[in-house]
Design a protein around this ligand. Structure first.
Ligand code: C2E
Ligand code: MG
Ligand code: MG
Length: 709
């Protein structure tokens, strides 16, 4: 069946010669074709306009409209299915044949006509026509399908460098086929610069032998749109295995990608707070647990729940309840983000919203479990601040249960159960809203909390004192220096060692006011001895936190001014760890301190980086060799060798060398032999109260000005 209802294809014969018309018509009817005839061009066009035939046999030479003209007009009409136009020309009229093709003819037949063959010839042409139409249709369908799928295809002739793109490729890349000539390099030029190496590598690998590749990458259109495409390609090789061509497809997956992202977000995030939901929390926890297992690090899971949230929801309404949850989420995130604990030793935090008023905080890569208590305490403090929502003010309390990996659980569920059970304990307890799962950990936290509270009180109520330890010359044993050492005798806890409370003061920030008190007290004391004729070098320890404070220099300047102590007598003791943190910053602070006239000393030398090369860059005055080297001095050749080297190097850098922890005469003798300058240790005096120290000084008469090495 043809498109216009005739069972047989319709043929139009156009010839001014009635004889030819008749013969043609007959010859074709023999082949059971449906034939109509026209005597000239005008008539032919009329027939075509009425019912277009599938094929026309068109005489070139006719009076009136020529065959060429008729052909042109047929081609000019763009409606309907294509008509096969066969021109009928003289045998060797090559000019006409050429012209016929120019006008859009499909084929030609020469006169005289081989009548028995004409029908076959026409049938053949009709078959070709049908195939052509079929092809056109399937191409159109393919193009349509590709447009719908946003799928384009391309071919790259490697030898010639020619690249062909289908319409859709141009469309995806936002390029105009009329203006852009594709090549492999130009294609790469359209790929997002960050993705380019990946795409190049994929193509390269396919050429090297993988034969196929597929890669997702971004494309930036000239209009500035970013599209994501899925690209697939394969290599065509010659018989020798050499790549000759590559072909493939490009699919615009931007929408799918966006949808996937949205779906992922919906699946993994809580829509209200935008925090990871239970599902993401579970996946992340599993991941972190595996990581912790590999690295041997500790992990903490904090389970947080708001107290009385149900009540808020009921009395103030769910809408306000939602706002509260949002605000809580924000506070948790902000508090963690701004915390100086984040990133300390690589520690990471992840807040999730499990639903309702329940949140979790996963703390990973922990080096010190004490951090967990600090962070939990901080979160609770932040949540205790007033909430102002829709013009209403109110307060919330939260409770936190904490569980640690591996002690309290090795897998996610156990850990969560432990944290949950700790949470229930926290809720039962009053005042302290943080509970650990393990009793041991709870005891440690409580102990620490007590220590902190009492230390705070000691500072406020003048429960802190300074002891002074003499530093003497190695040859004559004359006291020419003193180190101020902090002492805390608590009414309940008794004497607490600095090794115990200094780190705590450092972590809680209490070291700042304490350090200031030490500086002022020590400077006033040293000034008193100075005015009595004992100008001693006063060693004062500076903690890392103090050193990093921007107001350190001002604080020291004030202590010097208020006390009246000669600045050159103050010797600030810093450990290597303190100095090495941020070298340029350290350098600036040290320069400022030197500008005040103070001396600088490296404390506990040998326990840290022990890098004399670094120390060389700092404006230092003295080096205190750590006690641990002195302790084994007489029985350990290795330590002896180290001390020898340190003394030699230190002197080379023009530094005064002080040995700490000298307890035995043999140690003193060794140090004296090696030329160490000063000695500090129980052998010459333990740290003692100021008046006892004063007595030692008066015994050492007559006082005279001594200068250091
Ligand atoms: P440090 O600065 O290295 O102080 C020397 C420590 O060695 C003192 O311990 C001192 O009592 C002890 N020592 C001195 N001679 C001997 C000896 O012959 N044998 C033995 N076994 N020990 C000796 P202390 O007073 O317990 O202080 C410990 C650390 O606490 C100090 O080490 C210092 O780092 C810190 N510290 C003390 N007071 C302050 C202070 O006011 N501020 C700061 N930031 N830290 C302080
Ligand atoms: Mg010291
Ligand atoms: Mg020391």
């Amino acid at each position: 069946m043809t498109s216009h209802g005739h069972p047989n294809p319709r043929i139009l014969v156009v010839d001014d010669d009635p004889g030819v018309r008749l013969l043609m018509t007959e010859a074709l009817r023999q082949q059971s074709l449906w034939v109509e005839a026209a005597a000239d061009g005008e008539q032919a066009l009329e027939v075509i306009a009425r019912t277009p035939p599938e094929l026309i046999l068109l005489d070139v030479q006719m009076p009136g409209l020529s065959g060429f003209e008729v052909c042109r007009r047929i081609r000019a009409r763009d409606a309907g299915e294509p008509i096969t136009v066969v021109m009928v020309t003289g045998l060797d009229d090559t000019a006409s044949i050429e012209r016929a093709y120019e006008e859009g003819a499909t084929d030609f037949i020469t006169k005289p006509i081989n009548w028995p063959l004409l029908g076959h010839r026409v049938r053949y042409l009709l078959r070709a026509r049908a195939a052509f139409i079929q092809l056109q249709r399937s191409e159109a369908r393919l193009a349509e399908a590709q447009r719908i799928a946003r799928l384009g295809h391309w071919e790259w002739d490697i030898a010639s460098g020619d690249v062909e793109w289908s319409t859709e490729v141009y469309r995806i890349f936002g390029l105009d086929p009329a203006r852009f000539r594709p090549s492999h390099t130009r294609f790469l030029g359209r790929v997002h610069p960050e993705d380019r190496p990946r795409v190049e590598a994929a193509v390269e690998q396919a050429l090297q032998g993988d034969d196929e590749y597929s890669v997702d990458h971004r494309v930036e259109t000239p209009g500035g749109h970013l599209r994501i495409v899925h690209e697939q390609g394969e290599v065509v090789r010659d018989s020798g295995g050499r790549p000759i061509r590559m072909r493939g497809t490009v699919q615009d997956i931007t929408e799918r990608h966006d949808t996937e992202r949205r779906i992922r977000h919906l699946a993994y995030y809580d829509p209200l707070t935008n925090l990871p939901n239970r599902r993401l929390f579970q996946e992340q926890t599993d991941l972190e647990l595996r990581h912790a297992e590999r690295t041997g690090k500790v992990l903490a899971l904090l389970y947080l729940d708001l107290d009385r949230f149900q009540q808020i929801n009921e009395t103030l309404g769910h809408e306000l309840g939602d706002e509260v949850l949002k605000e809580v989420a924000q506070r948790l995130e902000r508090s963690l983000r701004h915390s100086d604990l984040v990133g300390r030793g690589g520690t990471l935090f992840e807040v999730s919203h499990l639903g309702g008023d329940e949140f979790t905080i996963l703390v990973s890569q922990l080096t010190n479990t004490q951090v967990v208590a600090e962070i939990a305490q901080r979160l609770l403090t932040d949540l205790a601040r007033v909430f102002r929502i829709h013009g209403q003010e109110f307060y919330l309390n939260a409770s936190i249960g904490a569980a640690l990996y591996p002690e309290d659980g090795r897998d996610r569920d156990t850990l969560l159960r432990s944290a949950d059970s700790a949470l229930r304990h926290a809720k039962q307890r009053e005042g302290n809203q943080l509970a650990f799962y393990s009793a041991d950990m709870n005891a440690r936290v409580r102990q620490r909390l007590t220590l902190e509270t009492r230390l705070r009180r000691a500072l406020e109520e003048e429960g802190l004192r300074l002891h002074y330890q003499p530093q003497v010359t190695v040859d004559g044993g004359r006291i020419i220096g003193v180190e101020a050492l902090l002492r805390w005798n608590d009414t309940e806890l008794g004497e607490v060692s600095p090794a115990q409370f200094i780190p705590l003061a450092e972590e809680t920030g209490l070291i700042i006011p304490i350090g200031e008190w030490v500086l002022n007290t020590a400077c006033r004391q040293a000034r008193e001895w100075e005015s009595l004729g004992h100008p001693l070098h006063l060693g004062v320890n500076l903690s890392p936190l103090q050193f990093r404070r921007h107001d350190l220099v001002a604080c020291i300047e004030r202590a010097l001014k208020d006390s009246g102590l000669t600045p050159g007598l103050l010797e600030l003791e810093l450990t290597e760890g303190t100095l090495m943190g941020d070298l340029p910053a350290s350098m600036r602070v040290l320069d400022d301190l030197k500008a005040l006239g103070a001396r600088l000393s490296v404390d506990d030398f040998g326990t840290g980086y022990s890098s004399l090369t670094y120390l060389q860059r700092f404006p230092l005055d003295s080096l205190k060799i750590d006690r641990s080297f002195i302790r084994d001095l007489t029985c350990d050749d290795h330590d002896a060798a180290i001390i020898k080297a340190v003394i030699a190097l230190g002197h080379n850098l023009g530094l005064t060398l002080i040995a700490e922890g000298v307890e035995k005469p043999a140690q003193r003798d060794f140090l004296a032999a090696e030329g160490c300058d000063l000695i500090q240790g129980f052998l010459f005096g333990r740290p003692m109260p100021a008046d006892a120290f004063g007595e030692r000084l008066t015994a050492q008469t007559p006082p005279k000005a001594v200068s250091r090495a």
